[in-house]
Design a protein around this ligand. Structure first.
Ligand code: FAD
Length: 310
């Protein structure tokens, strides 16, 4: 059995495995896709101390760093079920889709999240070529340009406020007939001079010139008319979905499906810790996920040294 089994090989899982392995304890990582969301990222400019890198490069470095240590990396395997220990301090089981089962004294859950996409023509084709999901990451790439934000919930309206300070013009597009964001955010947005708000508008297509975005079409749901906007960027803010569906019967999750953790990364199940985008910790970013992964590993180690020897 492992001392620490990390489930998920993104920034949080990689950091957790390095921190655990450096304690000289038996560490494993099981991941569906080592690297996680970083693999889908182009330019990364906010990974502090590295002014510029690219997703695939950082993902390779994460794996290389884990491999510097005696970490058992089990890649391209999906965890399907978590079975808590039956006795205090007993072994926790993680069952894989392949039918295999892994046992560990502690488990760190770092299965990350995925952005909900619009599923319209052009969105996938122009991903990272004008279609973006993270204003903190990609906002500065659109300095002085025209962008749209899709989604009028809190994250969409926050993104629009954030971007309005950087870009030439922001069009916020909401499907419903009203915004759902907090009133104070809506008031702030409405006070900004370079913002247009469209409600009852359904985005129908992303347009581009073959290499980058140059517009989008939306349907006015009150008239069924299709309109076209000329712009350079589209930020999709219609939800970040944590990869925690497989945990809902065993671990306490927030109403949004995030794993509830305390300041030490502990979950509702003894010996099970969690870190990164899959958790309730706010602001989904690489540096934050790494810090949380390190913290969860140290908490797991602390848990292990407190177990009464048998
Ligand atoms: P993830 O990176 O999501 O990794 C999750 C891991 O868990 C993966 O290995 C996955 O395969 C695995 N997994 C999931 N489910 C299972 C399962 N059931 N069994 C086994 N394994 C599983 N952040 C920045 O700081 N700067 C940026 O510039 C930036 N740009 C971004 C651009 C894009 C397009 C996207 C999508 C995100 C960007 N982010 C950026 C956000 C950043 O990528 C995430 O905050 C970070 O990757 C979260 O790390 P994580 O380890 O928690 O999860």
């Amino acid at each position: 059995a492992f001392d620490v089994l990390v489930v998920g090989g993104g920034p949080a899982g990689a950091a957790a495995s390095v921190y655990a392995a450096r304690k000289g304890i038996n560490t494993g990582v099981v991941a569906e896709r080592f690297g996680g969301q970083v693999l889908d990222t182009m330019a990364i400019e906010n990974f502090i101390s590295v002014p510029y890198t690219e997703g695939p490069k950082l993902a390779a470095a994460l794996e290389q760093h884990a491999k510097e240590y005696d970490v058992d990396i089990i890649n391209v395997q999906k965890a399907e079920k978590l079975i808590p220990a039956t006795t205090p301090g007993g072994l926790i089981e993680v069952q894989l889709a392949s039918g295999a089962s892994l046992k560990a004294k502690t488990v760190i859950l770092s299965t990350g999240a995925r952005w909900r996409s619009m599923n319209v023509p052009g969105e996938t084709e122009y991903r990272n070529k004008g279609v973006a999901y993270c204003p903190h990451c990609d906002g500065p790439l659109f300095k002085g340009k025209r962008v749209a934000v899709i989604g009028g919930g809190n994250s969409g309206v926050e993104a629009a406020i954030d971007l309005a300070g950087l870009v030439a013009h922001v069009t916020l597009i909401e499907f419903d007939n009203k915004l759902r964001a907090d009133a104070v955010l809506q008031a702030k947005l409405r006070s900004m001079p370079n913002v247009t708000i469209l409600t009852s508008a359904l985005t129908t297509e992303v347009h581009g010139d073959g290499s980058k975005v140059n517009g989008l079409s939306y349907k006015d749901r009150t008239t069924d008319q299709i309109h076209r906007l000329e712009l350079e960027g589209i930020f999709v803010q219609i939800g970040l979905v944590p990869n925690t569906e497989w945990l809902k019967d065993t671990i306490a999750l927030s109403p949004r499906g995030e794993i509830e953790v305390n300041a030490r990364g502990e979950t509702s199940v003894p010996g099970v810790f969690a870190a990164g985008d899959a958790t309730t910790v706010p602001y989904k970013q690489i540096v934050i996920a790494m810090g949380e992964g390190a913290k969860a590993a140290l908490s797991a180690f602390d848990y292990l040294i407190r177990q009464v020897p048998v």
